[in-house]
Design a protein around this ligand. Structure first.
Ligand code: PLP
Length: 348
């Protein structure tokens, strides 16, 4: 029965989307495959707000993040860090031979665009890295002010748990690169990375010596994928893109916002603190801080005993937090059912 699994990714996948994966294989450069790319293309472009083609990688989301970071010529990078995934991006940039300066914000907050603007004025950076939706805290970094703050410096965005649940608007904001993974708000099984890059960013990428081979964004600049794609996942995407087009992408964002508001309101009425600061809360993931003495892992178990899955706290928030992934194909109704189970779990 759908509507039981609220981990902050991977998320629940509808049976009809899962079933699409069992279609027979086709050749990935043949007409059938090209027709599939043409069907799903406009939907994923709408997810990223771009007229540029969105590329598919047979990797989890991290592969797409790494492709973006590798496209930056190795030099000095500013990494915005407000949680575990921001720090992961910073470490990835170090691994890819960048000199990394970190600009940090406390857990639950976002990095102040004015502080970013001051840093890029003071130091010459080849890129700025940031997480759109910090899954560990449920904080959403507003992208338009950040894009304005970086000016001409390429902005590389990990929107793994944001895209499809919140606008990315690549073209309107001038973001250089954004990416996501299939297992979050797109509500597909894990294993597919999505990468969208501006023309200017790809021109910069030509100067990078660290593009690697499989993750070289330039090799994806062709009409069919450069490597054998994960066809079953593309079949699932095909089914899901049809559903998403029928719902409409702005309606999808609004549904995510409505699910999130239900959770925030529920928490507020029970005196449960949210980790993310008001005004910067994610429409896809909420991190909730349990009142003592209730511990996060114990609460997650109690919810599980009632037939629902929620996520535990992440990293330093492990002890007293739990997280609800209200994304993908969940609805206000399924979230309401989860919250009834949470109520029962709160009382023992
Ligand atoms: N970045 C963010 C913001 C995430 O939420 C996750 C997964 O939870 C990752 C990166 C890692 O993604 P993947 O496991 O798809 O590589």
């Amino acid at each position: 029965m759908f509507g039981r699994f609220f981990a902050p990714g991977p998320v629940e996948v509808l049976p009809e989307v899962l079933a699409a994966m069992t279609r027979p294989m086709i050749h990935h450069r043949g007409k059938e495959a090209r027709d599939l790319y043409a069907r799903v293309g406009p939907v994923v472009q709408a997810v990223f707000g771009t007229a540029r083609p969105v590329r598919f990688l047979a990797s989890s989301g991290t592969g797409a993040v790494e492709a973006g970071i590798r496209a930056l010529p190795p030099d000095r990078v500013l990494a915005l860090v407000n949680g575990a995934f921001g720090e992961r991006m910073a470490r990835m940039a170090e691994t890819c031979r960048h000199d990394v300066d970190r600009l940090e914000a406390p857990l639950g907050r976002v990095v102040d665009p004015e502080a970013v603007a001051a840093r890029v004025r003071a130091t010459r950076y080849v890129g700025v890295t940031a997480v759109h939706n910090e899954t560990s805290t449920g904080a959403l970094q507003p992208l338009p002010p950040l894009a304005r703050a970086v000016g001409d410096v390429p902005l590389v965005i990990d929107s793994i748990s944001g895209a499809a649940g919140a606008p990315v608007e690549l073209d309107a904001t001038g973001i250089a690169f954004a990416c996501t993974g299939s297992q979050k708000a797109l509500a597909l099984p894990p294993g597919l990375g999505f990468a969208a890059a501006s023309e200017t960013f790809l021109a910069t990428a030509r100067q990078s010596t660290e593009r690697g081979f499989y993750l070289d964004l330039l090799s994806y600049e062709r009409d069919t994928p450069p490597f054998t794609p994960a066809l079953p996942l593309l079949y699932a995407l095909d089914a899901q893109a049809g559903r998403m087009a029928r719902e409409g992408i702005p309606a999808r964002w609004a549904r995510h916002r409505a699910m999130a508001e239900l959770v925030w309101d529920w928490a507020g009425r029970r005196g449960i603190r949210l980790t993310a600061a008001e005004g910067f809360r994610s429409p896809t993931v909420t991190c909730l801080e349990l009142p003592p003495p209730l511990a996060g892992p114990e609460f997650v178990e109690r919810v599980r005993a009632r037939g629902f899955v929620v996520g535990g706290g992440y990293g330093p928030l492990r002890g007293n937090c739990f997280r609800i992934g209200h994304m993908g194909d969940q609805t206000v109704e399924t979230v309401a059912a989860l919250l009834r189970a949470c109520d029962a779990a709160l009382s023992g």
